[in-house]
Design a binder for this molecule. Structure first.
Ligand code: FAD
Ligand code: FES
Ligand code: FES
Length: 1338
């Protein structure tokens, strides 16, 4: 067969003809690099984040229909696009032409922060609107299910999308048939509202209407091509791979016969990731294109036949229709499949993945195969030799040669029999996150009874997630045939299944006891469902479901999404032009939404640019015996490999006082350390060569991974820190009770959506070098690069336009990466780019410190804690980084909102062979706060008091003193607490929760409220100094620069608001280009909640200097314009440029005496959360959260609310689902969104209410505002304690007394295992030490 001359498809209405197509190229790099359409972002490369979402449209000549679907460009091979039309974010609207209503609304509703996820979000909604111009809220939630955002907390995105719903503004609740707006549910006010509040952050009236006629039309050429052009096999030949796309079934069979080993790529969602991450390579790929025989559905009187080429979305629709049209009894299998299809992956993956690909891949966690396997389904196979049928049974799933496809065979379709009268089918799954997460265990179950006799005639049970593929409990089922459906049968079934479906203690994926429990918990659910079914079928002879058990079958309750926001309106006396206090949209909002905002890797390629890829250590503690570079160096395109030898003399840089090595060549002390760096002409070449670098290691002892191991080996970074107040030892003598406990808290990955990225450009003159980098700390990058290149700092300029999320993770590690990249660039005199893949980023950069908190509390029976002795151990990892400052801040913030009259707390940063952990939003506070709150919760339990009571009793009273003897006025803390209790109707809802719990044995609700006192300040005046530079040009326009970095928090927007107020000019007159060490030198790191505070004071200072200079000119011509004044000043030789400076907040802390004034002010708040848990599966639902915050005078309520809710959701992730897993050898298992689950749109509380205290007093901060970047994160632990409350309720009902020890994150596994019952008792337990676990908690 002749290769096809060219690949033809359309992008944004323009024809693309690719003559030399490489079949290995995916659409995402093609768009970004080749077509320079950089609006589509790389977030993970694995289909898990949605940042790369585009719309794919196709025309089908037989139906004459055009279909549009959202898809992940990172998994679409370009060869699969022949004849398709691709729409990217650039294609739907731009600031240069016309912005699309979706783009406008997501920006104006404040749905963007860093903006990196925004193009993907917009494309998901845009595609939904193309198919459903007036979508329901359910459709919106479904469309957003495959898109992750790390900044916003999703609420504003949902609000923006809701404006397209027909019933916009309404929750669309069907409960009682009444909408939330009429139920008064948001007006549970036990508390007087302050006046002068606003509730709207945007005005719907100004939105452009959605006009479907304005959309890009499907290219007529592609329609004609599809109609007229003879369809024949297309072949594209690359260097290493050949792509064959047969267009008829006969051709497909012929090609498969000729290339039996070649995979049949449909959605590429299984083959793609396998090739990328598992080293699988296919020289030939067969990809059927539009073959009708694979894309059909027929429904006969006894079965449904689905073509193997149908996408999972199409299968979903077809099942929906079939269920509507057939009698209920025939549809039970279809209902079960449909239920799973709703949560399987995100909508993009469901649009791409095919039924055939799903079945044939036989993934161990496949959601559909366990159901199909119990359903007597058959697979229709075809090859050149003829057709045959094989059952979709255990043998097929185990790939037994006799039951499998032959290499030359194609799966054409699958027959799924209708269910019968006395047959019942159900499916179950539990994942780390409710949606878009592979199941930990899933199951398909089917039973068939004899007519009216309740005797089991057929029983089939299969499980996913418990073996290398779907596992069928065949023998157990066989033994149960002939038995009646009763409790004895259930008991026998559980024991039989546990015997048959066994999991060794060291099973891959870990969570072994949880999986065992789920196996029988699902069985129990099935048992109850069937009982209910039998009762329905034969009410007279079947027993009723016990009242107690009814709740096992209900879904977790939830309302539709609704939110209320309340903030202070600006003073009526404020000038109308003054933007301070107004909810101004993020100034890059529209650019985020149109994809025009430029991030580091969006910068065009520089002439002769090279790419750098790192080789990292695969051992946690080892000597490097040898490094063999020869094979890598011999590969095409490889220019150099930088090793420690090249860096001799400059291979380390001091962070604080401890030197950190850049590259390792002698010894490695954790997995992911940088060993060497390959520089090549292209990214692909650099990556391929990096894989060929051979490093031989010799393991060293000891291997210290966990905090406990570090304690055992006394492996700590120096010095130990201590804080002491009162007389602890003495105080213990007078208390009623003493308790000792501990809590472990896992780490957290930053998961900024933009991975570490940099481009270093040597200028070729005077040794100047420009570093474009995604960092929070340009001055540090400048220093480390200058030191590595042995250059003075004035030769190295670092530029940051914006950062796609950072959260503390783009400071020191970024510096190391940049230093090596700069070294390579300097050495070769060529620009070098380095962009980490998600997996590399997660492996290399570390994250939040895991903590172990030990406490001894002495308290009175009324709940007063009189003495507290605590120990904090953080897992610092292999190098110091910021670990010491994290434990210091942890100590200074550990008491949260409480006055402990006698307190001792000591803290150690453990030195381990884990990744070097670093700053992450909250900087130690989220960990230590949780430890303190856990201790309080336990004290409450011991006293028999409600936790909120013990919290109130121990809270700071108005004027008080912290443990380090800083004065504090906690009036607003108490106010927040009271308002939160009132606004959440705590007392009423507590009673409602108790009532619910008393009626529901298997579902429990929990409610918890936590206070917040978050100290603001960096502990040193030097670290909070800031500078700014303001120029006024002769046309009256202003350019402002300052030392802060735009990380998504909107600091540049706030700075422009500041200039606007100070110079009394409209914001449109003011511009901000980005941050650079060239304009503002010696800046501090952007972090610690103070970026807008301190830089704003510097900007204000610069503006005031200018105003002072210009005052005489302005007063001479008060009616003049800025243009007039600037010209007049110029004519009088008055400088129109000024620097501004802020010295920093006075602060000090003496660790010798334990006294000081480290903080400038405190942010206060409180949050109340309600959850519901499923005691049988460990699932939980965040039902409602109320947050009250004291934020002073808000500069921009939209941005401030965004910071609070975004941080809150990040906290919810930290405390509930984000779980890093490491092997016992210290290798990180969780290296992408498919393994590590950050909150998705399904995780936000369905009801969210945020309100601010009216500002009470002026302060010397920027316009009396407060910094809010971090504080809200801790409030996420209200969800942790609400779950704790629910678990406690379950345990109490089960007669389990004694303290409840729950570590963080409170995952489904921990919830389920804590709700002990007969099933948790039934499972086999492995003796600790008798097996090597798959993962260890660091
Ligand atoms: C981000 C992400 C999330 C996911 N989440 C889930 C989830 O929650 N639950 C779940 O169950 N699954 C999940 N999956 C897995 C997904 O369901 C499968 O990858 C998908 O169904 C495979 O279909 P495909 O068309 O993309 O297969 P492809 O990758 O195109 O092909 C897979 C295999 O099937 C073979 N094949 C395909 N069609 C035929 C045919 N007609 N005849 C013979 N052989 C054929 C190919 O040769 C190949 O070996 C997820 C995947 C991703 C990437
Ligand atoms: S980059 Fe494609 S889904 Fe994440
Ligand atoms: S705005 Fe969504 S990831 Fe930053």
């Amino acid at each position: 067969m002749e290769p096809t001359a060219e690949l033809l498809f359309y992008v944004n209405g323009r024809k693309v003809i690719e003559k030399n197509v490489d079949p290995e190229t995916m659409l995402l790099p093609y768009l970004r690099k080749k077509l320079r359409l950089t609006g589509t972002k790389y977030g993970c490369g694995t289909g898990g984040c949605g940042a790369c979402t585009v719309m794919i449209s196709r025309y089908t000549p037989t139906t004459k229909r055009i279909s549009h679907h959202a898809a992940n460009a990172c998994l679409i091979p370009i060869c699969s696009l022949y004849g398709a039309s691709v729409t990217t974010i650039e294609g739907i609207g731009s600031t240069k032409t016309r912005i699309h209503p979706v783009q406008e609304r997501i920006a104006k509703c404040h749905g963007t922060q860093c903006g990196f996820c925004t193009p993907g979000m917009v494309m998901s909604i845009y595609t939904l609107l193309r198919n459903h111009p007036e979508p329901s809220l359910e459709q919106i939630m479904e469309a957003l299910g495959g898109n992750l955002c790390r900044c916003t907390g999703y609420r504003p995105i949902i609000d923006a999308c809701k404006t397209f719903c027909k019933t916009s503004g309404c929750c669309q609740s069907k409960e009682n048939g009444v909408c939330c707006l009429d139920q008064g549910i948001n007006e549970l006010t036990e508390f007087e509202e302050g006046n002068k509040t606003s509730t709207k952050l945007f005005s719907e009236e100004e939105f452009l209407p959605l006009d479907p006629t304005q959309e890009l039309i499907f290219p007529p050429e592609l329609m004609i091509m599809a109609e007229k052009q003879p369809q024949r096999t297309r072949i594209f030949v690359g260097d290493r791979m050949t792509w064959i796309s047969p267009t008829t079934l006969t051709e497909l069979l012929e090609v498969k016969f000729n290339y039996p080993q070649a995979p049949v790529v449909m959605g590429n969602t299984s083959v793609g990731p396998e090739m990328k991450f598992k080293g699988v390579f296919h020289p030939v790929i067969i990809s059927p294109a539009g073959i009708e025989e694979l894309n059909f559905a027929t429904c006969s009187h006894n079965e449904l036949t689905l073509g193997a080429g149908l996408s999972l979305t199409q299968v979903k629709y077809i099942l929906g229709e079939v269920i509507q049209n057939l009698p209920e009894e025939k549809t039970r299998m279809y209902q079960a499949l449909l239920k799973h299809l709703r949560t399987l992956a995100g909508s993009q993956i469901r649009n791409m993945a095919s039924l055939g690909g799903h079945i044939v891949s036989r993934h161990l966690d496949s959601d559909l195969n366990p159901l199909l396997a119990v359903g007597n389904c058959t697979l229709n196979l075809l090859s050149k030799k003829g057709k045959r049928q094989v059952p979709l049974n255990e043998e097929f799933l185990r790939r037994c040669p006799s039951a499998d496809l032959k290499p030359e065979e194609i799966l054409i379709s699958v027959n799924i029999p209708h269910s019968r009268k006395w047959e019942f089918v159900s499916g179950f799954r539990q994942a780390q996150r409710q949606q878009n997460a592979l199941a930990i265990v899933n199951s398909g179950m089917r039973v068939f009874f004899g007519e009216g006799d309740g005797i089991i005639r057929e029983l089939c049970i299969s499980y996913g997630g418990v073996g290398p593929t779907t596992v069928c409990a065949k023998n157990s089922c066989q033994k149960l045939i002939g038995r009646p459906w009763n409790e004895e049968m259930l008991d026998a079934a559980c024991r039989l299944v546990l015997d048959e479906v066994t999991l060794p203690g060291s099973a891959p994926g870990g969570r072994v006891e949880f999986k065992r429990t789920l196996i029988i918990s699902f069985l129990f659910k099935f048992y109850l469902e069937v009982l209910q079914f039998l009762k329905r079928m034969d009410p007279a002879h079947s027993p009723s479901l016990a009242d107690k058990d009814a709740s096992a079958l209900e879904d977790l309750h939830s309302r539709h999404h609704s939110s209320t926001l309340k903030y202070q309106s600006v003073d009526s006396k404020q000038l109308p032009q003054d933007p301070i206090g107004h909810p101004i949209m993020h100034l890059s909002g529209i650019k985020h939404a149109t994809g025009e905002a430029i991030y580091c890797d969006d910068m065009p390629t520089v002439d002769q640019e090279l790419f750098l890829s790192f080789v990292t250590s695969s051992r946690a503690h080892a000597k490097i015996v040898s490094i063999d570079l020869s094979e890598a160096l011999s590969l095409p395109g490889v220019v150099d490999i930088v090793t420690e030898e090249h860096l001799r003399g400059v291979n380390s840089f001091s962070i604080f006082t401890n030197p950190e090595e850049l590259l390792r060549t002698e010894e490695v002390s954790c997995v992911g350390q940088l060993v060497c760096a390959v520089i090549a002409e292209s990214e692909v070449q650099a990556k391929r060569a990096a894989e060929r670098v051979k490093v031989v290691y010799e393991d060293l002892q000891p291997l210290i991974l966990t905090i406990e191991e570090a304690i055992q080996h006394s492996s700590f970074f120096e010095p130990e820190r201590k804080l002491e107040y009162g007389n602890v030892d003495e105080a213990f003598k007078g208390v009623d009770q003493i308790l000792e406990g501990e809590i472990h808290m896992g780490g957290q990955e930053h998961f900024y959506m933009e991975t570490q990225s940099m481009l270093v450009v040597p200028k070729g003159e005077d040794q100047e070098i420009d570093v474009y980098v995604s960092t929070q700390y340009p001055k540090y990058i400048q220093d480390i690069v200058a030191s590595t290149l042995k250059l003075p700092a004035n030769k190295v300029m670092c530029h940051v336009k914006r950062v796609g999320g950072a959260f503390g993770g783009k400071i020191f590690k970024t510096g190391i990466l940049a230093a090596i990249t700069a070294f390579a660039a300097n050495k070769h005199g060529r620009a070098v780019r380095c962009v980490l893949e998600r997996g590399e980023d997660m492996l290399i950069t570390g994250g939040r410190h895991p903590y172990l908190g030990k406490y001894k509390a002495g308290f009175m029976n009324d709940g007063r804690i009189v003495a507290l002795d605590m120990e904090h151990y953080s897992n610092g990892g292999a190098s110091l980084d910021e670990s010491l400052i994290v434990i210091e801040m942890g100590l200074l913030k550990m008491e949260n909102a409480y006055k402990f009259p006698n307190l001792r707390c000591r803290a150690w940063a453990c030195k381990t062979n884990g990744p070097s952990n670093t700053a992450l939003r909250g900087f130690g506070f989220p960990q230590v706060g949780l430890i303190t709150e856990s201790c309080i919760t336990e004290v409450a339990a011991r006293c028999g008091l409600a936790p909120e009571k013990v919290r109130t009793i121990n809270m700071y009273k108005e004027i008080d003193q912290t443990p380090y003897k800083q004065e504090i006025n906690a009036k607003n803390l108490i106010q927040c607490w009271k308002e939160c209790m009132a606004k959440s109707s705590y007392t009423l809802r507590k009673a409602a929760v108790e009532k619910f719990n008393s009626k529901n044995y298997w579902k429990k609700k929990g409610l918890a409220v936590v206070p917040l006192k978050f100290p603001i300040g960096l502990g040193s005046i030097t670290l909070s100094q800031a500078a700014a530079l303001v120029h006024i040009y002769l046309d009256g326009s202003v350019l402002v620069t300052h030392g802060g970095i735009e990380l998504g928090q909107g600091v540049h927007t706030k700075m422009i608001q500041v200039v606007s107020r100070e110079l009394r000019m409209p914001m449109s007159n003011i511009h901000l280009r980005g941050t650079s060490t060239e304009t503002v030198p010696n800046t501090n790191s952007s972090g610690g909640s103070v970026v807008a505070d301190v830089n704003g004071l510097a900007v204000k200072d610069a503006c005031q200097t200018l105003l002072k200079r210009l005052e005489p000119i302005i007063s001479k011509n008060p009616q003049g314009t800025w243009k007039d004044w600037a010209q007049a000043a110029f004519d009088e030789s008055i400088s129109l440029s000024a620097t501004g400076y802020f010295r920093g907040y006075e602060s000090d802390m003496n660790w010798e005496t334990g006294e000081g004034h480290p903080f400038h002010y405190f942010v206060y708040g409180a949050a109340c959360s309600e959850v519901e848990i499923d005691c049988l599966t460990g699932a939980h639902k965040n039902i409602r959260t109320d947050i009250v915050m004291d934020i002073g005078y808000s500069i921009n309520p939209a941005l401030d609310i965004g910071q609070i809710e975004g941080a809150f959701i990040q906290g919810v992730g930290l405390y509930t689902i984000e779980e890093l897993q490491y092997s016992p050898q210290g290798v990180l298992h969780t290296r992408g969104p498919n393994q590590y689950k950050i909150p998705a749109v399904c995780d936000i509380p369905t009801e969210l209410h945020i309100s601010f205290l009216p500002p009470s007093e002026s302060s010397n901060t920027l316009y009396s505002s407060k910094g809010l970047g971090e504080s809200g994160l801790f409030l996420g632990c209200s969800v942790f304690f609400a779950i704790h409350d629910a678990v406690n309720a379950a345990r109490r009902e089960r007669g389990l007394s004694g303290p409840l020890k729950l570590n963080s994150p409170l995952t489904p596994e921990k919830i389920r295992m804590a709700c002990e019952d007969k099933f948790t008792k039934m499972i086999p337990r492995d003796k600790p030490g008798s097996y090597i676990p798959w993962n260890v908690p660091l």
